[in-house]
Design a protein around this ligand. Structure first.
Ligand code: BG6
Length: 484
């Protein structure tokens, strides 16, 4: 199979917060992989910008160490690493003052793509945007990249959007949701809109319900202060799960273009109904032996923040009326698994005498691990003795099906950064999309806060609180097992 990677133009990428955790863990190791893949033109430059008093040599050393710690097998390629590091530069900068900006302006080149990655807290977005303009570093062709959390409610998200809009047009703003950079998330669109097989069945005539699960085994230790102010709803549902839901539920866009795709996603969010309180289950993980519980991890013995949430959502439009979407996500669950399970309706009538079992087709799209899909189908159990039916998965694990061609190393971040350079916004969130997502989540959060809702306990290593099982049982349904 010939890979058709779209080349990128020469660029100057400035990473504000260039010495931070995200830059060292994800952005720079990812860019090094793109360099090795031949995607980073030789003239391109990555400029770290942060408060630390470093010079270019000091920064290169820092990034060399970061790649040694967080990079993949490619870090052994010393010749490439040396060449990559040579493309790095550094400016010590004061986001709130004038220090370093003139030097940065001098470094920037004409006639190359200029991109600015705001890998800093949102409180600095306005300062950076303003100074980029004041010092004429950004122009109308420049791009800025911002990270979640994009606000903590509608009001703060609107304020952030307004701050950015004061200096940049929407076409220049790339809001990252790294789930959109995941290979299989994009595959979801390929499966839906690249095959004749699924789309005719993709509606309330054939689908009983859809489950979206993002289960993690890690707890919140280490980032407790941030997490306790957010909880699973703000940290995962408002963005990642919402994106998965949108891509699963949206109407076919007229083409795979940035606004066409985002217009369709926005319509889904706007059609989401408010969720009834009894359709939401929140939980906190318990201590397990030596391993601390949620409240210990966040050092808040009275915390009511959820590390788990399950909910039953409804989309009120022609395609989905009557089809519940069950979402669930949590920390310290039994396995790290992200899946979308499309559960089709029962057969209306069985011609097989004595066959009383419920046979259902289920299309499971596995985002991680073992990226792939399987389709549960009913067949005859092999052997003599009459027509006995069994359900088996038609399994397509991409790594097996595509062999060496499957790109397992590419991280979501590096794909997305290359899209910034290419000027392709399809896999980035538009401002109105983010605001609509908060508009839907805000009343749910306000609701449980007003009710003083106390999260349920769940055992670390389990599938979440018992009540989340009940959420399904009440509807005569069952969660799919959390297994990798
Ligand atoms: C982040 C959340 O956005 O996504 C984390 O803040 C979460 O809490 C992470 O652990 C999950 O990402 P992934 O790619 O590991 O599924």
């Amino acid at each position: 199979m010939v890979s058709r990677v779209i080349p990128v133009n020469n660029f100057d990428l400035v990473i504000f917060g260039g010495t931070g955790d995200l830059a060292r863990r994800k952005i720079l190791p990812g860019l090094f992989r793109r360099f090795i893949a031949g995607q980073m033109p030789a003239e391109s430059r990555i400029i770290g910008a942060a408060r630390s008093d470093l010079d270019a040599a000091g920064y290169r050393k820092m990034i060399k160490d970061a790649i040694a710690e967080f990079g993949g097998p490619e870090k052994k390629d010393a010749t490439s690493l040396k060449a990559f590091l040579a493309q790095l530069d550094y400016i010590a900068i004061d986001a709130k003052g004038d220090g370093g900006w003139r030097e940065l302006a001098k470094l920037m080149r004409k006639n190359v793509v200029r991109a600015f990655y705001f890998s800093v807290g949102p409180s600095l977005f306005g300062d950076l945007a303003e100074r980029l303009h004041k010092h004429k570093i950004a122009d109308e062709n420049s791009r800025i990249v911002v990270e979640k959390p994009f606000g903590r409610d509608l009001e703060s998200a609107q304020a952030l959007n307004a701050t950015l809009a004061a200096h940049f047009s929407e076409k220049q703003i790339y809001r990252i949701d790294h789930y959109l950079g995941k290979e299989t998330v994009q595959n979801l669109m390929a499966v839906r809109f690249g095959n004749v097989l699924f789309e005719p069945l993709w509606n309330n005539h054939y689908i009983d319900h859809i489950q979206i699960t993002v289960a993690e085994t890690v707890g919140v230790g280490g980032r407790g202060a941030y997490y306790d102010r957010s909880g699973a709803m703000r940290d995962m549902v408002q963005n990642h799960l919402m994106q998965l839901l949108c891509l699963t539920a949206m109407e076919p866009p007229s083409q795979f273009g940035a606004d066409e795709v985002r217009d369709e996603k926005l319509k889904v969010i706007r059609a989401l109904q408010p969720v009834e309180p009894h359709h939401i289950v929140r939980g906190q993980y318990d201590p397990d032996g030596d391993s601390p519980g949620y409240r210990d991890d966040v050092e808040n013995p009275r915390s009511f923040t959820e590390s788990f949430i399950a909910m039953r959502c409804e989309i009120s439009n022609w395609r989905w009326a009557g089809v519940p979407f069950y979402l669930r996500t949590g920390k310290k669950l039994k396995e790290r698994v992200s899946t979308i399970d499309v559960v089709f309706k029962d057969l209306g009538h069985s011609i097989f005498e004595g066959d009383t079992a419920r046979h259902r087709n289920v299309l499971s799209i596995r985002l991680q691990p073992n990226e792939g899909m399987d389709l549960q189908v009913t067949i005859k159990e092999p052997g003599p003795g009459g027509m006995r039916l069994i359900d088996v998965p038609l399994d397509m694990t991409f790594a097996e099906a595509l062999g060496d061609d499957v790109d397992q190393a590419t991280d979501a971040y590096e794909r997305l950064i290359m899209d910034v350079i290419r000027g392709n916004q399809t896999l980035f969130m538009r401002g109105d999309e983010v605001e609509a997502a908060w508009q839907w989540t805000d009343p749910l959060i306000e609701g449980w806060e007003a009710r003083n809702d106390v999260p349920k306990h769940y055992e670390a290593g389990s599938a979440g609180p018992e009540d989340s099982l009940m959420l399904m049982h009440r509807d005569g349904r069952k969660w799919r097992e959390i297994k990798g």
